[in-house]
Design a protein around this ligand. Sequence first.
Ligand SMILES: Nc1nc2c(ncn2[C@@H]2O[C@H](COP(=O)(O)OP(=O)(O)OP(=O)(O)O)[C@@H](O)[C@H]2O)c(=O)[nH]1
Ligand SMILES: [Mg+2]
Length: 314
Amino acid sequence: MSIQWFPGHMHLTRKLIAERIKDIDVVIEVLDARMPGSSANPALTELTGHKPTLKIINKQDMADAARTALWVDWYDAQHETKALPLDASEPAPAKRLVEACRKLAPGRGGMAKPLRVLICGVPNVGKSTLINSMSGKGQAKAGDEAGVTKDEQRIVLDDDFYLWDTPGMLWPKIIVPQTGYNLAACGSVGRNAYDDELVALELLLYLQMHYARHLDERYKLGLDDEEIAALHDDELLTLIGKKRGAVMSGGRVNMQKAAELLITDFRTQMLGRITLEVPAEFEQWRAAGEAAEAEHQAKKAEHAKHRKAGRKRY
Ligand SMILES: Nc1nc2c(ncn2[C@@H]2O[C@H](COP(=O)(O)OP(=O)(O)OP(=O)(O)O)[C@@H](O)[C@H]2O)c(=O)[nH]1
Ligand SMILES: [Mg+2]
């Protein structure tokens, strides 16, 4: 079972966006460059897909640059999608988005027909930060946890340019387990919806294979890539716990503490620039997730048929 987080306020956000979208000219979907596939919300695509959309691959400063380039190509190759990498905390590139939005809706502009732009995305990807950089004002509340924005907010950027900030939204059922883990590792899932140790071990498994040097540098493991890859993830987390002083009386490693340390190191870039997925593997994960979900639904339908037939007999 993958990590799930779709609390009541996300139901409300979904309704709110479904209503608002009727009066929107351009959509900006903000993605996280550390997980540009997993942070793309299929429920948002369903709601907003019929409007001109810019995908912003945000937090590029935290991600692996070569991998960001792969994702930009991947999105650009898709029908009518344009993806732009960004660091939303920098005002100049964010301000250039204003022009990009105007180009996407050439029929809008002027006081009578202001351009109306909706910013959406999963929690904690930088939507409010982007709005503040685009507007040059700190009107939208931003912060480093999932769920900072609680309600829709309209920001007037210019007499003829309105921006709507929306609360972060996930989708009702995450069928790709890796997506759940990556969303949790990057801080897009509420603290109580996942187990730190499980998320840390999944993160470690990926880092062992793709970023062994980063682990060695941060934790001074003194091991080569093959040695790091060969360690059991549990063993490696124990080793990290020891190196970082997450030790209880009696010398045993506090695995919960070690897990928290690893996740914090990842989120605060102490491990360097990392991207947790590339397009080809993300497509594989998605195909496997869809196949497992189809099988699950078929079994459920079969079950229901038998139950119904059973009820008829008695
Ligand atoms: N390094 C880096 N940090 C960023 C970037 N954009 C946003 N952040 C940080 O990410 C955190 C979340 O930013 P917010 O703007 O609150 O994110 P949000 O998408 O509005 O979040 P919710 O309202 O909770 O859904 C904050 O600590 C920001 O400072 C970026 O491009 N690079
Ligand atoms: Mg916000």
